[in-house]
Design a protein around this ligand. Structure first.
Ligand code: NAG
Ligand code: NAG
Ligand code: NAG
Ligand code: NAG
Ligand code: NAG
Ligand code: NAG
Length: 270
């Protein structure tokens, strides 16, 4: 008797722990989140609030990642298409960026990779794939760094500080990348940006005159529903007073770290 009770207690504790494995999927918890290969999951649809929590788990720590810029843009403008803004697309963008796995792997192991692995039969996993052409944060950082080494006076070079020892600029990297390549699309580093924009025409990244709607009190984005904003740039260059965009002096030590990334970009471009 007693051992049965103990076993039950352990089982229910285990169930509680499993149900909360990393993320709280609350009432929306489903066997499909742990066993997405089960045939019954072919009709499963995700709870978007739970997916947003998965996104927030990454973006509250690494708000500078491109997928976090996507999340912020999407939450600020409900009129943007779900094909680009569904939270599963945002999560896929974060979790499939190969060079960012050091930052995302732990969260993604209990979220995207668990529900949308190779054997998953959940239809949205096939539909809502990563935002096409949006590179990893490492690549975007390297691209911005490369452009700003060439042309430190460009306005977009004041958006981001130099990359730190982890190889990332802690800023809205996509904003810097977008500003620079919208400004001078013919630069040798910009074909990937131009291709992404040709393909997606995503206003927040691709249209210099795009403005998010003013929060009417109806739009999400004003009242704590938005993810931590990556759009608080910490310019170290000061715009245009010659103090050196991206603080190039301090970033000389980053050259080694980013050589690989920049070389990768060059080979993509050539
Ligand atoms: C699939 O899920 C259903 C409902 O949760 C369950 O009854 C069934 O045993 C599962 N099948 C497999 C093979 O896991
Ligand atoms: C991940 O982190 C390790 C140790 O910090 C580092 O050696 C490795 O280069 C990193 N990988 C990437 C892709 O940045
Ligand atoms: C997935 O694709 C199908 C067919 O294109 C479409 O009917 C459905 O609405 C899509 N689902 C989502 C979540 O986008
Ligand atoms: C936003 O927050 C303010 C202050 O907390 C509140 O008065 C307002 O009703 C909220 N708007 C929405 C749409 O929740
Ligand atoms: C804001 O209000 C205006 C006028 O009522 C409306 O046309 C617009 O769609 C609203 N924007 C949002 C984001 O709700
Ligand atoms: C550059 O601009 C910043 C902010 O506008 C200012 O604090 C700084 O003193 C300026 N530096 C120089 C060398 O003018």
């Amino acid at each position: 008797m007693r051992s049965t009770t103990v076993l039950l207690a352990i089982a229910s504790l285990a169930a509680t722990v499993l149900a909360h494995g990393g993320e709280d999927h609350g009432a929306a918890s489903s066997p499909c989140l742990t066993n997405p290969a089960n045939a019954t999951c072919s009709t499963y649809t995700f709870d978007t609030a739970a997916l947003n929590k998965d996104v927030d788990a990454i973006c509250s720590v690494s708000s500078f990642l491109p997928g976090c810029s996507l999340s912020t843009s999407c939450r600020a403008d409900p009129s943007l298409p779900q094909s680009q803004c569904h939270p599963l697309t945002v999560l896929a963008t974060l979790c499939t960026a190969p060079e960012d796995k050091n930052l995302t792997a732990t969260s993604c192991a209990t979220s995207y990779n668990a529900y949308c692995g190779a054997t998953s039969v959940i239809p949205q996993c096939k539909n809502q794939t990563a935002f096409p052409g949006l590179p990893s944060g490492k690549i975007v950082t390297g691209t911005v760094y490369s452009i700003c080494l060439d042309m430190p006076g460009m306005k977009g070079c004041s958006i981001c500080p130099a990359p730190d020892a982890t190889g990332y600029s802690k800023c809205d990297e996509v904003k810097a990348w977008s500003d620079l390549c919208l400004d001078m699309p013919d630069m040798s580093q910009c074909p990937p940006f131009n291709a992404m924009c040709k393909n997606t025409a995503f206003g927040p990244f691709c249209d210099a005159s795009y403005k998010a709607p003013v929060n009417n009190g109806t739009a999400p984005g004003g009242n704590g529903t938005a993810s931590p904003s990556p759009s608080t740039p910490t310019p170290t260059g000061g715009s245009g007073n010659g103090s050196g965009a991206m603080a190039l002096t301090s970033s000389l030590s980053m050259t080694a770290v980013l050589t690989v990334v920049v070389a990768g970009i060059s080979s993509m471009v050539l």
